[in-house]
Structures are given as C-alpha cells and as structure tokens.
Design a protein around this ligand. Structure first.
Ligand SMILES: Cc1cc2nc3c(=O)[nH]c(=O)nc-3n(C[C@H](O)[C@H](O)[C@H](O)COP(=O)(O)OP(=O)(O)OC[C@H]3O[C@@H](n4cnc5c(N)ncnc54)[C@H](O)[C@@H]3O)c2cc1C
Length: 437
C-alpha cells in the first residue's frame, strides 16, 4: 500500500552526491524524491569532508572527471540557477603542491596532466621554499609512525621536485554546498524528505518498485538509486544486489585533525593544499588561520573497517592525533603541538579498488552511485550528470553492461567511458588503492 504519491525516481541519501543527483535528474525532467534519515541535507559523511578539489588521480578517468569538476566549482553560482537563502558555498582556489613519490608523478600523474591539459609546474627545492616559507624540504619517505625510531631520523636527502597545480583548492562549507543543491533541485521540482529511514526496497514484477520506510510507509517509484554513502552496502543488501556485484563497498573510519597555523605563519592566507606522499598526509588552509590535516592512510597506519556504519567511535584517538600532528611538524617545524585534540571522525565508503561505482545493477530500475572512497566530493556534479545519462540510456533499453554509456562532459568536452565505474569491472590496477584514487 502506498501512503504517498508516486515519483519517477527515489534517491536514497541527501549527501553531496544524492542532492546533486536530485538536481540533475529534476533538471532532466524526472520527478525525484531524496530520502534521508538525518535531519538535513549533507549531514552524513559529506558534513565532515575536507572538500578538497584537486586533479592528481592515477587514472585517465579520475583526472578527467576531477578537471571537469573543477569547472563546475568555478561556475558554482551559475550552475545552481537559484539563490539559496543561506548563501552559496565558496571555492577557495589556493593551489596545491604535491611532494614525494616522484615515480608516481613522473610515470602516471604528469603524463595524464599533459594528455588532458591540466596546468602545472614542477618546482625545485628552492622554489618550494620560496612559495611555502617555513616548509622543511627533507625527504622523510616512506611514511612511518612516531613509535618507529626511523621516524626521528634526519632525512638523508631533500625533496628535489614538487608538482604545483594552480587549479587545486577547497570548498569552504561542504554542508552548505549540499544545501545549495537541495535548493537547486527543489527549484526544478525535486522533493526532499528528512528524518525518514529506508528499511526495505520494494520489488514488483522483477524490477524495483519503491522503498519501505522504518515508520511503515511505502513510497513507489520505478527507479531507486542508492546514494547512501557509507551505508551503501546496507542498502545493496536490502535490494538483494550485493552478491551479484563484483566490486564491493565497505565503510572505513577516518580521522581529520585541526591545528592552529605555526606562529608567524598565516597559512589561511598564504598557504595552499599540500599533498605529502613522503609523510603520508595532506593538509590545507582552514578558516581562523588553522590547518586541516588528513591522512593518506599509508600502510603503516592501522585501518579501521566498520561493520555497522551507525556505530563507530567518533572521538579523535590520542595515537592518531599524535602521529598526524608530529608528521605535520616534520614538514612545518615551527608548528606548535596543541594540547587540545581537535578534529572530526567520519566514514569513507570505500570500493575494492578505491574507484567509485556509478552504475546500474542486476535489479532493473535499481542504480548505485557509491564507493566514493574518500575522494568524490569534488566530483558530485559530474557524477550526477553522468548518472542521468546512464539512467536515461538504460531505461530506454540500452545494454550498458555490454556497451558502456559514454558521456561527453559539458565544460571540458572530454568523453568519459562509464564502463570504468562498472560494478562488474576487474579491479583497476592503475588505482593508487588509497584516498588519492
Ligand atoms: C573525513 C572525510 C574527508 C573527505 N575529504 C574529501 C576531500 O577532501 N575531497 C573529496 O573530493 N572528497 C572527500 N571525501 C569524500 C566525500 O566527502 C564523499 O565522497 C562524499 O561526501 C559522499 O557523499 P554521498 O552523498 O555519497 O554520501 P553521504 O554524505 O554520506 O550521504 C549519504 C546519506 O545517505 C543517508 N542514508 C544512509 N542510509 C539511509 C537509509 N537507510 N535511509 C535514508 N537515508 C540513508 C545518510 O543519512 C547520508 O546523509 C571525504 C570524506 C570523509 C569522510
């Protein structure tokens, strides 16, 4: 029995990707309903995203998509086509410099940058010091933890090359960006319901028929899309499609730390995004002259896979805090070590090869935009745009599995083969198998 009106499509989740999909689908003429169990858009893992925009992925599709995504952020206000009463999220294009792992850059990333046309410069030690005063240019690789004596060794060599790209930056408020998308979707007729938890996927006549909510209501729709972030595997199990997907998703706990800029340094104004493969960190300027510090999850760090995404430790741990802050202090030696631990803890929705799954499933009408692996905030719009093309084609009878949909992207004109994001792909060995994608 249906207690509500029917929709063309139900989108489970109203994070940055779900809300963006609501906007793109409404724009394309679908009557959509985003359902989220939390009280507002972008309150799930999106809220704690570092919201970094950068293009240094390890695959052609990864770099191309991120480059396309950069153009959306530059054009954000126009893209939304609507005013949000709360204002628009800002894109701070502070640029980014990436140090360490020269082989990855010279053999993989830079050839892709050249092919796609990403602007960059290779800096030597002197340029790095000039552009980022206060930086220590010691080569500390490979990443270690402070309980390893080698962590404290003086570096035997210096970083001799670093890749700078001016088109990197970050979004000031990921939750606001999601709210912007909610408003944009609503202006096109999309609807959102909050504090509503999906408990089951309805299947009728062999295809998806809608969803059942925890409160007992049912909502009908011939299309349902799983955009549930770290809960993606739970929803796939509800739909009975988990076993038929070659690539799986799991939830990985991730800590992000906040520290004040070193004394005498205005990192918020003069700093930039730094990807530090040597120490296994990344950091970026944060409001209030702070630094936001994340981990690249190097091999020496324990990985905490979470069985139940509703129950995980949201407290910063002393061990990871100390490790990360000491790593940063190696790169910025004038950093004071704060006594108060500050930061956030949330979950990545990680796929087996750290590349997202944007695809149909074996259940007709049931689609997935999942496995975003800690690196798809920046790509929400292009992911949503591509999902609409894919859904349009499949619903019109196209066999996407044997002849993957190809999407010409709007800003760059590059063509993306959606087969790269198939649920049934072979593990993509070109991936970094990390948050770098
Ligand atoms: C700590 C951290 C740092 C990150 N940093 C970056 C970065 O710098 N750059 C970058 O590009 N990416 C980054 N990411 C990744 C990026 O934030 C995610 O890829 C993106 O936010 C995922 O959006 P989403 O909409 O898929 O998921 P979410 O934002 O998690 O939204 C999913 C929604 O589904 C809802 N939901 C789940 N189950 C149900 C149910 N049964 N019924 C109803 N609703 C349900 C949840 O309540 C949630 O709101 C980071 C992620 C984390 C966790």
């Amino acid at each position: 029995m249906s207690d509500r009106q029917s929709y063309d499509a139900i989108i489970i989740g109203a994070g940055i990707i779900g809300a963006n999909l609501g906007f793109e689908m409404s724009k394309a003429g679908y009557k959509t309903l985003n359902i989220d169990k939390l009280p507002a858009a972008g309150y799930g893992s999106t809220a704690n995203s570092c919201a970094i925009v950068r293009t240094h992925y390890s695959t052609w599709a990864g770099v191309a998509m991120a480059y396309e995504g950069f153009h959306y952020w530059k054009d954000w206000k126009n893209y939304l086509e609507v005013e949000d009463e709360r204002g628009v999220a800002g894109f701070v294009q502070c640029g980014g410099v990436f140090v360490g792992n020269d082989e990855r850059y010279s053999k993989t990333v830079l050839p892709l940058f050249d092919e796609i046309g990403i602007p960059y410069e290779v800096w030597d030690t002197e340029q790095l010091t000039e552009r980022l005063p206060g930086i220590d240019t010691g080569d500390h690789s490979p990443p270690k933890r402070p309980d390893d004596d080698a962590f404290w060794d003086e570096p035997a060599k210096q970083i001799t090359s670093a890749v700078h790209t001016p088109i990197a930056g970050y979004i000031t408020d990921p939750q606001l960006a999601t709210h912007n998308l909610q408003r944009a979707a609503e202006a096109k007729g999309g609807e959102f319901v909050f504090n509503a938890e999906v408990a089951g996927i309805r299947i009728e006549g062999g295809r998806v028929g809608g969803v059942d909510l925890v409160d007992g209501t049912s909502i009908e729709a011939p299309i349902v899309i799983n955009v549930a972030g770290p809960h993606s595997f739970v929803i796939n199990e509800m739909a009975g499609v988990a076993d038929s997907m070659r690539i799986k998703t799991r939830a990985l706990r991730h800590e992000v730390h906040h520290v004040p800029s070193p004394r005498g340094m205005d990192f918020e104004k003069d700093g930039m995004l730094v990807g530090d493969d040597d120490l296994g960190t990344y950091f970026r300027p944060e409001v209030g002259n702070n630094i936001l510090l994340g981990s690249q999850d190097p091999e020496c760090d324990p990985q905490v896979w979470v069985q139940n995404p509703d129950e995980f430790d949201r407290n910063i741990t002393e061990d990871q805090w100390r490790t990360q802050v000491l790593r940063l202090a190696r790169r910025l030696p004038s950093l004071g070590i704060p006594s108060e631990k500050k930061g956030v803890v949330d979950l990545y929705d990680v796929s087996d090869d750290w590349i997202p799954i944007y695809d149909k499933t074996d259940l007709d009408g049931f689609y997935v935009a999942i496995g975003t692996s800690g690196n798809q905030f920046k790509n929400s719009h292009i992911a949503a745009y591509c999902m609409v093309q894919l859904i349009d084609a499949v619903e019109a009878g196209h066999d996407h599995d044997s002849d993957p949909v190809k999407v010409k992207m709007l800003y760059t004109g590059l063509e993306l083969d959606m087969g790269v994001f198939s649920r049934n792909r072979e593990i993509n060995e070109a991936s970094s198998f990390s948050v770098l994608g």
